[in-house]
Design a protein around this ligand. Structure first.
Ligand SMILES: Cc1cc2nc3c(=O)[nH]c(=O)nc-3n(C[C@H](O)[C@H](O)[C@H](O)COP(=O)(O)OP(=O)(O)OC[C@H]3O[C@@H](n4cnc5c(N)ncnc54)[C@H](O)[C@@H]3O)c2cc1C
Length: 557
């Protein structure tokens, strides 16, 4: 008898698994079951539909040549039957049968030889007062997209709860519709878990410049309104609103697996091995419903992304169909565009690396994204994280108006293959002025990292310098830029001594005090530190990232 494969869930992971299973095993009988009406749609495109960047919602469900990926498409083109509006409510592993529930129909069942769970994730709904009022919406499905677009009327006030990737993309989409947006984040920075605070500050600055109100460190405790939400409550604070978007994250849909007695991992998602087999060898799981391995830490993680769901769908499809494929894991690479800023990360942030027990060194490197003389060059800030001792690259974060994607992708490759700062600094990257600088931003960051790891360069973070200034520590903050640059913009409390005169004026500086040098991006700052070192100054450092990466207020002119 031909192999019977049942796939539960027909979005990114499930649809990919079914299509790949068909290509692997032309004779298999493949059935995909989904409780929703829409299948194989790009949820990632929802914010762009809401903002009218994508005009027709069908584009999110179509092939590149405009054919809608519905049940008919899967039957005719892929040879796969799809049952929509049908929920799988139970799995009898002994009998190898799934139980189905369809509105208006008698409960039914479906036998399988191999089962693939691609049940995805659901928006996390906090258990707070009045969370079920009308106009409190989520952003996950096609239905959500239509509702959000309908309610996002010009002049309306909206509160978005959660400043993660989806919250920020939704903020832009609503604001483009003329909605006045307040972004509410419980933590004290945007994109927590994605970026370290000083990189997130670049995003926050741009988001505020676009007119979005940002409330950080603000824990929402409930909502108020008669039938429809009118206020967001955060302790004593009340924020008037017409619309709320809940975007505090998603949770894996693991209930079906749990009910069937399959192993659930420490993250709360379905546990799988590298062939994406669950604890039952005849059942696979892929996409947002399962956990995976972080290739840097080796730990299990739940990082729900469409990029991963598609790759895992392929692997589950091949294996369920009788082939052999493995999925090694992820390094958490993610990226977003919000207004005119691009931001993303790959590997570990500094906070994550320290939390995982690594001894880390970091580099902040701000620079134009292409040759500085080329029209249209835009600034980006890179933060590179490496392991002390081995020099292994652990992570890269990037934010700015310029091109961050190619730096993130090059770093993702380096991290995947366990490259060191030395190896990263020698990558033969593409260069011509319209694309980058002769020394690409990533190479520069790797070179600074090498200098730091060898002890030649000693950086100090903006946060630490700010603390020293606030607490009036006895140290010298030395601005080694030109007088013109110094006059234009500066840090209160800094002493000007341009690099060109530093050697002549060494006697004006006390040798027993800590000296922190800086310039625009800390290239001259580093040179100044080396000059002071050579002259025998005992305690010298440079400000990481220079004044371009200073996230605090500048000196009043
Ligand atoms: C607004 C937004 C923007 C995003 N942007 C990006 C991005 O830029 N980059 C990126 O990589 N990722 C992005 N993502 C994440 C990405 O969309 C998800 O990772 C991806 O959709 C996961 O696919 P999946 O098939 O595993 O799960 P899902 O998309 O959650 O699909 C699961 C399917 O299973 C069905 N199902 C569940 N339980 C049952 C059951 N018991 N019976 C029958 N059917 C069931 C559901 O109806 C659903 O159709 C974004 C997500 C959102 C919401």
């Amino acid at each position: 008898m031909n192999r019977r494969i049942v796939v539960v869930g027909a979005n990114a992971a499930g649809a990919k698994a079914a299509a790949k299973a068909r290509r692997t095993n032309p004779k298999a009988v493949i059935t995909v079951v989904d409780r929703g009406c829409f299948i194989s749609y790009g949820a990632c495109g929802i914010p762009y539909y809401v903002s009218d960047t994508v005009a027709d919602i069908k584009e999110l469900m179509s092939t590149p040549i405009g054919v809608v990926r519905d049940a008919n498409f899967f039957r005719k083109v892929k040879g796969v039957s799809v049952r929509t509006g049908t929920e799988v409510v139970g799995i009898d592993r002994e009998a190898k049968v799934v139980r189905l529930r369809e509105a208006g129909a008698q409960d039914a069942s479906l036998s399988y030889d191999k089962l693939i769970l691609a049940t995805g994730s659901s928006p996390f709904i906090p258990g707070i007062d009045n969370v079920d009022l009308q106009n409190i919406l989520t952003v996950k499905s096609i239905e959500d997209a239509e509702l959000l677009k309908e309610r996002a009327t010009p002049g309306a006030e909206a509160c978005i709860i959660g400043a993660g990737l989806i919250g920020l993309e939704t903020a832009e989409a609503l604001q483009k519709n003329g909605v006045r947006v307040t972004l509410i984040e419980m933590r004290d920075q945007l994109l927590p878990g994605v970026l370290d605070p000083e990189v997130a500050a670049v995003v926050e600055k741009q988001v505020k410049l676009q007119g979005v109100t940002v409330l950080k460190g603000c824990a929402v405790t409930g909502f108020a309104g008669e039938g429809t939400v009118r206020k967001v409550l955060a302790g004593e604070r009340e924020i008037a609103t017409d619309l709320v978007v809940l975007a505090p994250g998603v949770t894996p849909n693991a209930q079906l697996a749990r009910g069937a007695g399959l192993a659930i991992g420490t993250t709360g998602a379905i546990a799988v091995d590298d062939m994406l087999r669950t604890s039952d060898p005849d059942i696979y799981a892929c996409g947002d419903c399962c956990e995976t391995t972080h290739l840097v830490t080796g730990k299990k993680v739940f990082i729900p992304l469409g990029s991963t769901a598609n790759k895992q769908g392929r692997v589950a499809g091949i294996n369920a169909a009788g082939g052999e494929a493995t999925f090694a894991g992820v390094i958490g690479t993610s990226i977003l565009k919000v207004f005119n800023v691009n931001a993303g990360k790959t590997g570990l942030t500094e906070a994550e690396a320290r939390g995982s027990g690594f001894e880390v060194e970091t580099v902040l490197s701000p620079a134009p994204d292409r040759a500085h003389f080329f029209p249209g060059a835009k600034p980006i800030l890179l933060k590179l994280v490496a392991e002390r001792g081995t020099g292994r690259i652990l992570g890269l974060q990037a934010a700015g108006e310029g091109a961050v994607d190619k730096r993130l992708d090059a770093a993702a490759t380096a991290i995947t293959f366990r490259a060191t700062a030395e190896q990263l600094s020698q990558l033969d990257l593409a260069y011509a002025p319209p694309y980058g600088a002769a020394m690409d931003n990533l190479i520069v960051a790797a070179d600074i990292m090498k200098n730091k790891l060898s002890g030649h360069a000693r950086g100090i973070s903006a946060r630490e310098v700010k603390r020293k200034l606030d607490e009036e520590d006895d140290f010298i903050l030395l601005d080694v830029r030109s007088p013109a640059e110094h006059g234009e913009i500066g840090i209160a409390g800094a002493k000007l001594m341009p690099l060109g005169v530093l050697r002549e004026k060494l006697d004006e500086l006390p040798r027993d005090k800590e000296i922190v040098t800086f310039c625009k991006i800390s290239l001259r700052g580093y040179e100044a530190q080396r000059i002071l070192d050579a002259a025998g100054f005992a305690d010298t450092k440079f400000l990481d990232g220079g004044i371009m990466a200073w996230p605090y207020r500048f000196r009043d002119k």
